[in-house]
Design a protein around this ligand. Structure first.
Ligand code: NA7
Length: 292
């Protein structure tokens, strides 16, 4: 298929690369010029989108999606009837509905396709897509999902993908924070982190989040798989959605405060696992996993 891929960050670059590898004709654009081997580099979102069947976005946040679609040199003038926009950025469900309404006036379908699986999933083409949109439009996108991921979950009409993604990240943030607090207290009580991880993984406490994050934490590698600043964005989006729906989320509100301080401490571009650094600082310990 002819695809315009807009946004070549940690996730987008790997995803666009997998589209090229699967034989699709890909035009790429990134705000800071970047290349993807085998793809045509376009000078603007409008240029990338010209003649495309599908426009795929993967940029940071709601404002970035709005500017790529409707800002200067944005996609909008290049939209023609029958095209499908697919947005893999994690953004506001409410804004998603507004964007969808605006492009539908041109006969263009809008599917929200946020994903989960982190950098490793994007690189290996094993992402899970959490999709909201018209069934036929989603059907059209299937070869592209297949090139970048292993499974899609259609959660309902447009906007439901973003809503479901937010509640997934709410859980990831809380589960990881539980793990980080456990590691911190364990260190203070003299329990070795590696032994603790063995115990967790053999017990009902085990989780995919701990399984994925523990090896990084134990070797104190806080380089970004999913940057802390982006997880805070998702926490804020979830709290915003909760407020709109008149739902109280006390656990997430507390975790947001931890993220705010972590960002003040300069950890915005580290992985969100780096919230541990703050807990360690407060406790006056460092988590070590030296023993067998
Ligand atoms: P990254 O690695 O932080 O990449 C963010 C991308 O978004 C990158 O290409 C940025 O371009 C682009 N960006 C940011 N702001 C803008 C604006 N205003 N206009 C156009 N492009 C912009 O994030 P990930 O790849 O990890 O994640 C992307 C999304 O997936 C995000 O919503 C996650 O929550 C899930 P740059 O290179 O800085 O010029």
């Amino acid at each position: 298929m002819r695809v315009a891929f807009l946004g070549l960050g940690i996730m987008g670059h790997a995803m666009a690369t997998n589209l090229v590898k699967a034989g699709h004709e890909v035009a790429v654009w990134n705000r800071t010029p970047k290349q993807v081997e085998g793809a045509r580099a376009a000078a603007s979102p409008a240029e990338a989108a010209q003649g495309a069947e599908v426009v795929w976005l993967c940029v940071s946040d709601t404002a970035a999606v709005e500017s790529v679609l409707f800002g200067t040199n944005g996609v909008e003038p290049s939209l023609t009837e029958g095209m499908v926009i697919s947005d893999s950025s994690t953004i506001s469900p409410t804004a998603t509905l507004k964007f969808a309404e605006r492009v539908r006036r041109k006969g263009v379908e809008y599917v929200d396709s946020p994903m989960t699986g982190s950098k490793a999933g994007a690189e290996s083409g094993t992402l899970l897509f959490i999709v909201g949109g018209d069934e036929q439009a989603v059907e059209k996108l299937k070869p592209l999902y297949a090139a970048m991921g292993k499974k899609i979950f259609r959660m309902g009409e447009t906007g439901k993908g973003q809503s479901a993604k937010l509640v997934m990240n709410l859980q990831i943030a809380l589960i990881y924070e539980g793990f980080a607090e456990a590691l911190t207290l364990a260190a203070k009580l003299g329990v070795d982190a590696k032994n603790l991880v063995h115990l967790i993984n053999a017990s009902m406490v085990k989780s995919g989040v701990v399984e994925y994050k523990a090896p990084f934490v134990l070797r104190r590698d806080f380089s970004p798989n999913f940057p802390l600043r982006l997880m805070r964005k998702d926490i804020r989006l979830a709290l915003e959605a909760a407020k709109e729906a008149r739902v109280k989320l006390p656990g997430l509100e507390t975790v947001e405060e931890v993220y705010d301080v972590a960002i003040e401490e300069g950890h915005a571009d580290l992985d969100y696992a780096a919230t541990l650094l703050l807990l360690e600082k407060w406790a006056g310990v460092e988590v070590k996993g030296e023993a067998a």
